[in-house]
Design a protein around this ligand. Structure first.
Ligand code: TYD
Length: 134
């Protein structure tokens, strides 16, 4: 089985004295069709979220405001990606264990997902995750 790894993706930046602008087109800047967007906000400083993997779902996460760290574990290696720029996101393919930590106050995390919400696509237990990527 090919196991795909997470990667940082820099988005286009249109610098402007009136305020900067970035954008995302599905299947151009990120490698999937967007079926869902959700966002995480009003997170108390220092809080932690996530701690799961998806069987098939792919995600792209951006810190639209503030900062937080994305921990990604592919079963062999674990990496920490600090996100703190509105033009820099992380692509997380299916079957990668991820958690979000160290939120700054007033941070805003936008998540674009390749699937609609389906609880059945979650892998909630780390031991199940390790079994599924064998
Ligand atoms: P969850 O993905 O478990 O968030 P986290 O891992 O950051 O704690 O989702 C938390 C709750 O929100 C859970 O009850 C399911 C619900 N939810 C939806 O209904 N739709 C969605 O698109 C998402 C992402 C979550």
């Amino acid at each position: 089985m090919i196991h795909r790894s997470a990667q940082l993706i820099q988005l286009p930046k249109i610098f402007d004295d009136r305020g900067n602008l970035s954008f995302i087109e599905a299947q151009r800047h990120i490698p999937f069709k967007i079926e869902r967007a959700y966002w995480i906000y009003d997170v108390p400083g220092g809080e932690k979220r996530g701690g799961h993997a998806f069987k098939t779902g792919e995600e792209f996460l951006i810190a639209l405001s503030g900062s937080f760290d994305i921990h990604v574990d592919n079963g062999s290696n674990s990496e920490i990606y600090p996100l703190n720029r509105s033009y820099m996101g992380i692509y997380i393919p299916e079957k990668n264990w991820r958690s979000m930590e160290n939120f700054s106050t007033n941070s805003l995390c936008l998540v674009l997902a390749s699937t609609v919400y389906d609880e059945g696509d979650y892998i909630f237990e780390y031991s199940d995750f390790l079994n599924q990527i064998k």
